[in-house]
Write a protein that binds this ligand. Structure first.
Ligand code: GLP
Length: 234
């Protein structure tokens, strides 16, 4: 794991964007994208740039079950607002949280991932070490699946909803096995609430209790952290 310490999220977004440009120069065609607040400055750099993504495909990590694409809290809505409306892609894939047959949706998404190998994957990290919505205890072998969100995740994500009761209890998430197949991974973490997860991910043992720890096994991962998120590292 290569660790890059930055001053703040703004600088982190610029560093991540430069890494993206390097990948694009090497021919990257498929981007794996994440939601949450951590990648926002990275997306802003993409939007500000003169690059176009018309020949590129994106695959998002996850989506809440039960939210329509017009719900402002859905990840589909978030991605359009933050990136896709300003920078159209050839194709954007996001799980369909309103699918009536969730098992069929899981299979469809695995098929999409198999057909579009991810060249460059952006990740955030949950306070409990989750990546995508792969909560502690998720098998490292798992592909796309339906997740029952943990209380701590529901609570952390409730800041985006009117009340905690509005936070969906389930999500569809790309699995850890698929994330690990990405050619390159850039993980962003800012703020002291991420310090424990970052410490466990980088210097703890590799365990399904802390999903992000699996990333120690990835051969091409760069972790971008601010001082607060890095504060518990030796
Ligand atoms: C959600 C998302 C994750 C994200 C995490 C952290 O649970 N499913 O992909 O990494 O939140 O979000 P934030 O970057 O806002 O702290």
């Amino acid at each position: 794991m290569k660790i890059i310490r930055v001053q703040d999220q703004l600088e982190g977004g610029k560093v991540a964007f430069n890494l993206l440009k390097e990948s694009l120069a090497k021919g990257a065609k498929t981007l794996g994208l994440a939601t949450g607040s951590s990648p926002i400055s990275f997306y802003q750099e993409m939007v500000k740039s003169s690059l176009d993504f018309l020949e590129m495909t994106s695959i998002n990590l996850d989506e809440y079950v039960g939210l329509s694409t017009e719900n402002a809290q859905s990840y589909n809505y978030f991605m359009r607002q933050i990136l896709f409306d300003a920078k159209p892609f050839k194709k954007n894939f996001i799980p369909n949280g309103l699918a009536t047959d969730l098992e069929a949706e899981v299979k469809r998404y695995d098929q999409i991932i198999a057909e579009h190998p991810i060249d460059f994957q952006i990740l955030g990290i949950g306070r409990n070490g989750h990546i995508g919505f792969n909560e502690p205890g998720t098998s490292f072998e798992e592909e796309t699946h339906i997740v029952n969100l943990q209380e701590s995740t529901i609570e952390a994500n409730s800041r985006f909803f009117t009340s905690i009761e509005d936070v969906p209890k389930q999500a569809i998430s790309m699995g850890i096995a698929s994330i690990m197949k990405s050619k390159m991974i850039v993980l962003l973490a800012f703020g002291e609430e991420k310090a424990d997860a970052i410490k466990g991910m980088i210097s703890g043992s590799i365990t399904e209790d802390l999903p992000a720890s699996v990333l120690q096994k990835h051969e091409n991962i760069i972790v971008i952290v601010d001082e607060a998120a890095a504060s518990k590292l030796a």
